[in-house]
Every structure is written in C-alpha cells, then in structure tokens.
Design a protein around this ligand. Structure first.
Ligand code: SAM
Ligand code: DTB
Ligand code: SF4
Length: 352
C-alpha cells in the first residue's frame, strides 16, 4: 500500500504518547503490535540480510559502543578496503544460503574519493547477482549519494543510534544534524533508508522513545529499522554497562512496529546473546527481518543452520524479495526453504 494513502502512517509522534506505549502492560502492547503487523505483513515471513565488513577497524570516529573505533583497543586487526572480487565471492555465498540482501559496511567517517569507485563496483557486481544491495559507509555528500544511487544501490544504512539528547554521551566526533543530513540526501537520491539504533547503552526510557520519534517523524518512514542490542566488546567504554531487561528490548520492537507499521523492523545485533524464546517473542512483537550468517561485521551471529531450524520450529519462512533479477536466485531461496523443511523433520525425529 502507498504510505501516503495509509491513515495509520503518522509522522507527529510525541514523547508522552510514545512513553505511554512503551510502558503499557506487556501483553496489551504485544497484542496491539501483532494485530497491526498482520494488517501489513504476512506474520510468518522474515526477511534475511547478510552482512559483510568490507573495511574493518581503525575508524577515526569515537563511538563508545563500537569495536572498530580507533579510539579504543579491542584487539581488532586494521584492514584495508577488501578487493571487489572477494566481496563478490562473499555475496555469492550469502545468495547460496538464501539471503536476499547483501549489506556491506565500512569503518569510515565517510568514503574517500579514492575508495568510492571500488565501492560502486561492489554495488554493481552484487546487484548483477540478483540480490538487493545495502551499504553503510558513514557520512555522504550529495555527489557521493547520487553516485551510489546511479550504481544501483537499493538501501543505505545510517543509524541514528539513540535520542538527540543522549547522542553526545555516546558519540563525540559528529552531530545528530549531520546524521539527519545524510539521511535526507539518501532519500532525495531515491534510495531506501535503513536506519535504527542500539539499545542497552545506559539510555533512559525517554531516550528510547526519542530515538523512535526521530525515525517515525522523518518525512517518510525508513523502509528498514534495525534495532540492535548492544554487543559488549572488551576495550570499548560500554563493555561493562548493565544489560537491558530483555522484556524492555521486546517492548521497543513492538513500539517500533506500531509507530512504523509498514517498515521492516530488524531484530539486528545481539541475537547470539538471546535465547530462542526471546527471538520468538521478538517476531511476535513484529520484528520481521534478521541478519543471517555467522558474522555481523566483527562479532558473532547465530549459525545459518541454527536460524533455519528456529524458523522451522516457529513455522516462519524467509521472505522472498519483491522482484527477482534472475531465476537462479529464486531457485536459491526455494532451496533454502526446502532445507529448512528438512531441518524441521530432523528436529522432529530427534526430539519426539
Ligand atoms: N561507520 C559507519 C557508521 O557508523 O555509520 C557504518 C558502520 S557502523 C559499524 C554501523 C552500525 O553498527 C552503527 O551505527 C551501530 O548502530 C552498529 N553497531 C556498531 N557497534 C555495535 C555494537 N557493539 N553493538 C550493536 N550495534 C553496533
Ligand atoms: C546495523 O544496524 N547493525 C549492523 C549493520 N546495521 C551495519 C552492524 C552491527 C554491528 C555489531 C558489532 C560488530 O559486529 O562489529
Ligand atoms: Fe566508525 Fe561506524 Fe564504528 Fe562509529 S560505528 S566507530 S563510525 S565504524
């Protein structure tokens, strides 16, 4: 459905409203989120994206959660931009396991003039394989944004991460306004936006509400909203911060679903620290996208076969992409579904 024709797509959320949504009884909140979810999506389909770090470590930015910041010693090896062919080989592997979107991330403040042509080749190559493309490269100027759009980039990931009020306590080397400017360039160039945040950094309920308000009150909702649970990495200033209450994490997914009913809400980083019951609750709350494959950028993610077994136990199927660029890709997704069914049979036989 066209967002502008949909009366439930709002862009005027207030702090009072959103904190009230977050604090209502858990069952009421989940029921409301799941009811809305079913009006816009098949509740048993989850989109799967695979991540690759194309340039790792030694980032000049000071983001207190990030293992790749050069300001902290997390033991990561500093790497140069990956060769285009190696990136395409990884994309091929992602496609073979049934992933429909390939997300490439770089530990940059912004792309340089020297690196951009290689990045554009990566977009073209991955697109030619019939996968959706996503990149997260930091701040963009208008020309770089246009070049990425012209190369065929489908999504740009650029997270707001937390509320404007808490931002300066977490990131000291850029402003919220710069982040919003890049998002506006991406929208104007006609690309889809992937933007979300991180929970469990010591933020207040008002900060959590403030993040969702920033995202939902953008002129158009981001098509993709990744909600990350902080992966605590030794050496970063947030390594020993208190865990978020798992139910509060689920509440945020549910409120994101209610505020942005037509967006894909991604249960993003932190799944390795969650049990299967928590992930099932996340899908019930309206999360309908995950990162798939054993690695995020530098930290771990559940094994692909474990995820397929979880999908099978929950009766969830990977979501096919809207248009297929080739039949081979369609076949790869169908194969993944068959393997998921087999995994289910194996599970049944082994446990009953
Ligand atoms: N450098 C670019 C930027 O910051 O926009 C792109 C890559 S950056 C690693 C992409 C996103 O990863 C961040 O915005 C943040 O939301 C997420 N991220 C980084 N470290 C994380 C961690 N330890 N736990 C959860 N999410 C994290
Ligand atoms: C997003 O919101 N989460 C992803 C992706 N966008 C780029 C990154 C998560 C990174 C987790 C820490 C790591 O693996 O380095
Ligand atoms: Fe660099 Fe992005 Fe990590 Fe910040 S989040 S340190 S910008 S890689």
């Amino acid at each position: 459905m066209n967002a502008s024709l949909n009366p439930v797509t709002r862009h005027d959320w207030t702090l009072t409203e959103v904190t009230a949504l977050l604090q209502q009884p858990f069952n009421d909140l989940l029921f409301q989120a799941q009811t809305l979810h079913r009006q816009h999506f098949n509740a048993n389909r989850v989109q799967v994206s695979t991540l690759l770090s194309i340039k790792t470590g030694a980032c000049p930015e000071d983001c207190k959660y990030c293992p790749q910041s050069g300001h902290y010693n997390t033991g990561l090896d500093k790497e140069k931009l990956m060769e285009v062919q190696k990136v395409l080989d990884e994309a091929q592997r992602a496609k073979e396991i049934g992933s429909t979107r390939f997300c490439m991330g770089a530990a940059w403040k912004h792309p340089s003039a020297k690196d951009l042509p290689y990045v554009l080749e990566m977009v073209k190559g991955v697109k030619a394989m019939g996968m959706e493309t996503c990149m997260t490269l930091g701040k963009l100027d208008q020309e770089q944004t246009q070049a990425l759009a012209d190369a065929g980039l489908d999504y740009y990931n650029h997270n707001l991460d937390t509320s404007p009020e808490f931002y300066g306590s977490i990131i000291t080397t850029r402003t919220y306004a710069e982040r919003l400017q890049t998002l506006s360039y991406v929208r104007d160039a006609g690309m889809k936006i992937c933007s979300g945040g991180i929970l469990g950094m010591g933020e207040s309920i008002a900060d959590r509400a403030g993040l969702l308000i920033q995202l939902a009150n953008l002129p158009e909702h981001p098509e993709s909203v990744p909600i990350n649970m902080l992966v605590k990495v030794e050496g970063t200033p947030l390594a020993n911060v208190d865990d978020i209450d798992p139910f509060d994490f689920i509440r945020m997914l549910a409120v994101a679903r209610i505020m942005m009913p037509q967006s894909h809400v991604r249960l993003s980083a932190g799944r390795e620290q969650m049990n299967e019951q928590m992930q099932a609750l996340a899908f019930l709350a309206g999360a309908n996208s995950i990162f798939y494959g054993e690695k995020l950028l530098t930290t771990g993610n559940p094994q692909a076969d474990k995820d397929m077994q979880l999908f099978a136990r929950l009766g969830i199927k990977p979501e096919a992409r809207e248009e297929y660029a080739d039949e081979v890709h369609q076949a790869a997704i169908e194969q993944a579904i068959i393997e998921q069914r087999d995994a289910s049979l194996f599970y049944d036989a082994a446990t009953h």
